[in-house]
Design a protein around this ligand. Structure first.
Ligand SMILES: Nc1nc2c(ncn2[C@@H]2O[C@H](COP(=O)(O)OP(=O)(O)OP(=O)(O)O)[C@@H](O)[C@H]2O)c(=O)[nH]1
Ligand SMILES: [Mg+2]
Length: 475
């Protein structure tokens, strides 16, 4: 086999490697390597001239191939041997090698295309030569099926010279890095932590109410981006624990701070700073090497910006804060800036959750939480903290259209039961119908919801009751 290379412009290409490419194409085709190929490396103008001369078009292409063998109309690649054996094939008078034809390649275009496709020049030149070789051997890509066969041969030939898609170093470099990390969201009750996370994640991850101590668990909400996954950890508002449930809530904040890449400390921009805020800032100041951002939420409710400046000045006294970010979780104002900041501290890492998952909670937990949210929103001040919801039964009927859900709603005092039920059961019906609407949205199906109100005195101090309701340490 001979490859006659012409490289008048002196492009830095190894002739031996070009020969290898030609040989690889012949090998995968299975043809006798008793062949000769002419190969010319030129520039765009060179190709343009050839195009004008031989094809009557004024254009520069990446590569041109001129087969010398006549494969005829009904040619099948399997028949190459027969074609070669014919008497009228052109042979090199000295060596007797069959003249397959000419390949002319524009190195200028190859360079451009390599850049466009984001792979190395080697891969591009390799591909173009192997592709042209296939044309010289009678392959074409007019029909889908032919194209598939040709692509297959090309890939095989390229892998023979170590230019596989996976192993090609140039292509590997193209792989974008992936980022992942955890961000804990902490703050006093009712400052808008859950609202913020729901807004960022774009799904309802945590329930929200105007009553403090709405969130009781550390709940994860996942922001999914093409090259990044940020897991936001919603935490219960920081309170002084007065019972076991309170202990659990406080400790879940502590856990959230243990393994996190950043902290968002949320403050209500419409309320004065209190002892709780200062205690939180002091606690966070002691966390060494942890990026902490102060987030001033609810700025949509501050028409007077001077009031905001006052808050910013107060937070300015804590130099460990990486930034002070005024936002509105309700309107979304300031969230782009906040996310931009967070991205700067999220390290490279693997995805922690499948790409279609936005929370770690089970459907059952989310349903219990929806019911609790509706109870919180509709009931007066004194009852909400004593409410717990347990899903006792959940079963989809045959056919899959209706799901029966049976939930127990716990209250701490017998006197509370009547309030939750309301006049003639009207309050419970309201809670139930609001909850059902949200649950149907969540599970995408019809729901038959039954809620039973039960009195369980002191359940917030009962380890067994806490466990049954999902408030356990190892969660
Ligand atoms: N106007 C306004 N209201 C907000 C904003 N963010 C939250 N809220 C309201 O503030 C109340 C508390 O919001 P949540 O998200 O439940 O607050 P939280 O910090 O998670 O509260 P806990 O879970 O109890 O600690 C709700 O009534 C929200 O609608 C905001 O940016 N602007
Ligand atoms: Mg919350």
């Amino acid at each position: 086999m001979t490859v006659l290379t012409e490289n008048p412009k002196g492009y830095p290409v190894d002739e031996k490697w070009l020969e290898e490419l030609v040989r690889a194409a012949l090998t995968v085709h299975g043809a006798i390597p008793d062949a000769q190929v002419s190969l010319t490396l030129t520039d765009d103008e060179g190709i343009r001239e050839l195009n004008r001369e031989f094809r009557g078009v004024d254009a520069s292409t990446d590569v041109l191939s001129f087969p010398l063998l006549d494969y005829g109309e009904d040619y099948d690649e399997e028949d190459t041997d027969e074609v070669w054996e014919e008497d009228d094939v052109d042979r090199d008078p000295e060596t007797g090698e069959v003249l397959l034809g000419d390949i002319v390649l524009s190195m200028e275009t190859a360079e451009r295309q390599a850049e466009e496709f984001g792979h190395g020049l080697q891969r591009e030149v390799g591909y173009l030569i192997v592709h042209s070789m296939m044309h010289l051997l009678g392959y074409d890509h007019e029909e889908e099926e032919d194209k598939r066969i040709m692509r297959d041969m090309e890939e095989k030939a390229l892998s023979l010279v170590g230019l596989t898609r996976d192993e090609d170093g140039a292509e590997e470099e193209e792989e974008e890095p992936y980022y992942s990390g955890f961000v804990a969201v902490v703050g006093r009750p009712n400052v808008g932590k859950s609202t913020l996370i729901n807004r960022i994640v774009g799904e309802k991850v945590s329930i929200v109410s105007a009553k403090p101590q709405t969130t009781r668990n550390a709940i994860r909400g996942v922001l999914q981006e093409e090259d990044c996954q940020i897991v936001f950890v919603d935490t219960p508002g920081l309170i002084k624990a007065r019972n076991r449930l309170g202990d659990y809530m406080v400790s879940s904040v502590g856990h959230a701070l243990e393994e996190t890449d950043a902290v968002l400390a949320l403050f209500d921009a419409t309320a004065p700073f209190g002892g709780g805020d200062k205690a939180l800032l002091e606690l966070l100041g002691r966390q060494k090497d942890l990026p902490v951002y102060a987030v001033l939420n609810k700025i949509d409710r501050i028409p007077d910006k001077a009031q905001l400046l006052e808050k910013i000045a107060f937070l300015g006294e804590y130099p460990f804060l990486k930034a002070i970010l005024p936002v509105s979780a309700s309107t979304g104002e300031g969230l782009d800036e906040l996310l931009e900041e967070i991205h700067t501290v999220i390290p490279e890492g693997p995805p922690y959750f499948p790409e279609d998952m936005y929370t770690d909670q089970t459907e059952r937990t989310m349903i219990a939480e929806i019911i609790r949210e509706k109870a919180l929103r509709n009931l007066g001040e004194e009852i909400p903290h004593g409410i717990g919801v347990e899903i006792v039964r959940m079963k989809t009927r045959p056919g899959g259209h209706i799901t029966d859900i049976h939930a127990d709603l716990y209250v701490e005092k017998a006197s509370h039961k009547g309030i939750v039920l309301g006049k003639g059961g009207s309050m419970l019906r309201l809670i139930g119908s609001q909850a059902r609407e949200d649950i149907e949205e969540l599970i995408q199906g019809h729901v038959n919801l039954q809620i039973w109100v039960r009195v369980k005195e002191g359940w917030r101090d009962s380890p067994a009751a806490l466990k049954a309701l999902g408030y356990t340490e190892d969660e």
